[in-house]
Design a protein around this ligand. Sequence first.
Ligand SMILES: [Zn+2]
Length: 287
Amino acid sequence: MRRSALAVLAGPLAFARAAPVKTGGFVFLVILLTAATQIGGVVVVLCIPVFTWTGRHLGDRKLLLRAGACIGIYACAYLGASLAVIPLAGALGRAPLPCGLVGEVSLKPRTYLTCLLNRHYAALPAGQALQEITNEFSKEFKGARIAYLDAGFPFFGRFPMIPHLSHGDGRKIDLALIYAASAATPSPIGYWGFVQPRPGDPRPCNGTKGWLRWDMAWLQPLLPEVRPDERRTAELVYALARSPGVRRILMEKHLRQRLGLDHPKIRFQGCRAARHDDHIHVEFAAN
Ligand SMILES: [Zn+2]
């Protein structure tokens, strides 16, 4: 019991002397899971005593069996922890956006991976405002559904949500553009399937190289060609802009021009940030 508690407290470093390569790999895994899901790194550290116990009982030779058992244990612990943090996050002012697992909803994630990775949390006023906007939009456009991409993690205001610079406070939510004939976004995760500027469109970042502005040129030919539903996307952006709960919307200049959008809340993010012609970045007011 004492050894288990020490293992949890020391985390992977407890094994550093005996197996430095394994420890390095484990530390990397903890960092990766924390960066991707916020709680995943803590869960894997808490599982160390169970992994150790499992390894001892299954023996050294059954490597595949041990790996499978550890992955299964981790998956159960992670899912349990993901459910357990919902009331805790709620007490601290954040709630998960609907995952759309049951019934008809006006707002759902583009991919269930967003919910699985706990990247679907929003500050309570932001989540409520978005839900109201999407309910109204769905009524006006007969069952239209809005797909969200990354929102925020369950806890902490300044916790980095890679690759986003500003999603830490739970007041920023990315939404997918709407595509013709209710098609899904070209990219399966919603990001990086860009609506490319047409000849003559404004290109303020042409020739600008920034480490955050990814063009993903290699990916574009691999994605299906889907036409954006310009009318519905424009109506959605206007509905967002009209809401007192929305503070700012970020979008590429050429897309704003193409959709005929003109509103003081709709801004260009600049060239030192991610492109915003594959999604709409919405910033909500604090309350
Ligand atoms: Zn964003």
